[in-house]
Design a protein around this ligand. Structure first.
Ligand code: IFM
Length: 434
């Protein structure tokens, strides 16, 4: 395809007029411990890699270069860094906490502050310590209790050094991929287990929220959920419509109702009230990537363009999902501020990444105009990292910063410099979009 044809695909998505951001708009980046640190840690993804089910993860060097990365990020004007704690490093065996791992994460929070960056600490990002995985995962009550002990332990250790916490990354996607589709550890493919886990992740969120609120002075405890825009490609197709509706009722319906009211309603189960789940969030962390709707080719095949741009992982670009999703959550949870806690695209084409960002900033701006109180935007991610089943493939790089696998030397990409310019001027100028 010619460059002009490719540009034409973006024409209705890119902003036509400048987009302005308030000086206190929170610009940041998001990452996760295991994806950046990698290494031979005692968790279930390392085991799955040993068994050949997922690619191995050597990491991007963040474990040793974290402080340098924080300074690099700060130099781009990004003042917030979402990181996570790898449970298997902190508690490699049940009940045995490794003080040196906690020291490491504490030092990272301090290094962030020294660089002028606010740390946001997430406590669970898909990986389970091996001992949890081997004893029934989070379906087992002993392991759910262990998770809450871990939350308390880490909260106590880090609270003086960080005051923004997330209990878990994308708990609904965790249930979807690990318990319903069975593609991620523990590779369970069973609707009954998925509904049970839905209840457990919501209950764990409520309990962990309460623990962290009691430990941290002036804390922000926020959710992080990815918005999966479920709509039929062809609204006249009853099967597509039903599939999309069923999915959405479970995925967003259950989640938003539970956070708004404390009631968990799951198909075929008695409703359950967890009173302290109601309003258990200071901020809604909203992740968004691409079209995920239900079309003739299955989930992900729909976009509002006939010929939409397609990212490195063959997903259709659909900024309208960011706009509509932000407005939907703002309506479902009135008074709860929103933060885009992840957005970005897998690509090795920097023109593509800049266009992707510009078109999603335009969508974010439209959501604000429709009343969504969006306080900031965290890009996924800073330095290219391990993209789960895609490993470190060139097509699956989400970073604003690349690195040389031999030397681990970092280099800011063109998109990183472009974003730094938007941040420093607090304006996205359409003329600056290639
Ligand atoms: O890399 C993931 C991350 O772990 C969770 N949210 C989506 C990202 C990109 O696929």
């Amino acid at each position: 395809m010619s460059a002009a044809d490719e540009r034409a695909r973006w024409s209705t998505l890119l902003p036509q007029t400048p987009i302005r951001f308030a000086p206190d708009f929170a610009w940041g980046v998001a990452s996760s411990a295991f994806q950046a640190e990698g290494g031979d840690v005692p968790n279930d993804w390392v085991e799955a890699a040993r068994a050949g089910r997922v690619p191995p993860n050597p990491g991007n060097g963040f474990w040793t270069r974290g402080e340098e990365d924080l300074r690099l990020v700060a130099s781009l004007g990004l003042r917030h860094y979402r990181m996570s704690v790898e449970w298997s490093r902190v508690e490699p065996e049940r009940g045995r906490f490794d003080a040196s791992a906690l020291d490491h994460y504490r030092a990272l929070c301090d290094a962030a502050a020294a660089a002028g960056v606010t740390p946001w600490v997430n406590l669970f990002h898909f990986t389970h310590p091996r001992w949890v995985a081997e004893s029934g995962g989070l379906l087992a009550i002993a392991n759910r209790d262990a998770f809450l002990r871990y939350v308390e332990h880490v909260g106590r250790a880090l609270a003086p050094h960080a005051r923004h916490f997330h209990v878990s990354n994308e708990s609904m996607v965790y249930v979807l991929t690990a318990y319903l589709m069975g593609v991620n550890p523990p590779f369970v493919q069973d609707a009954t287990s998925a509904f049970t886990m839905t209840r457990h992740v919501l209950a764990l969120h409520a309990d962990a929220h309460r623990i962290l609120k009691a430990l941290v002075p002036q804390p922000t405890v926020a959710t992080i959920e990815v918005y999966l825009d479920a709509r039929p490609e062809d609204p006249a197709d009853a099967l597509q419509r039903q599939a999309a509706e069923r999915f959405d009722a479970w995925y967003h319906g259950t989640l938003l109702e539970a956070l708004a009211t404390g009631w968990i309603r799951l198909p075929g189960r008695e409703p359950e009230e967890i009173p302290h789940l109601r309003g258990a969030l200071d901020l809604y962390g909203f992740n968004y990537y691409n079209a995920t709707s239900f079309g003739a080719q299955g989930p992900g095949s729909w976009s509002d363009l006939a010929d939409p741009p397609v990212d490195g992982m063959r997903r259709r670009v659909f900024p309208g999902g960011l706009e509509d999703g932000l407005v939907r959550v703002a309506t479902a949870l009135p008074g709860v501020p929103l933060l885009v806690t992840e957005n970005g695209c897998p690509t090795d084409d920097e023109t593509f990444r800049i266009r992707y960002l510009a078109s999603h900033f335009a969508a974010l701006d439209r959501a604000r105009a429709r009343g969504a109180d969006v306080r900031g935007y965290f890009h996924w991610t800073a330095v290219d990292n391990y993209e789960w089943h895609e490993g470190f493939g060139a097509h699956a790089r989400f970073g604003l910063i690349g690195f040389d696998p031999a030397t681990q030397e970092r280099s800011v990409k063109r998109s990183g410099r472009w974003l730094a310019e938007v941040i420093s001027r607090s304006v996205l100028d359409p003329a600056g979009v290639p």
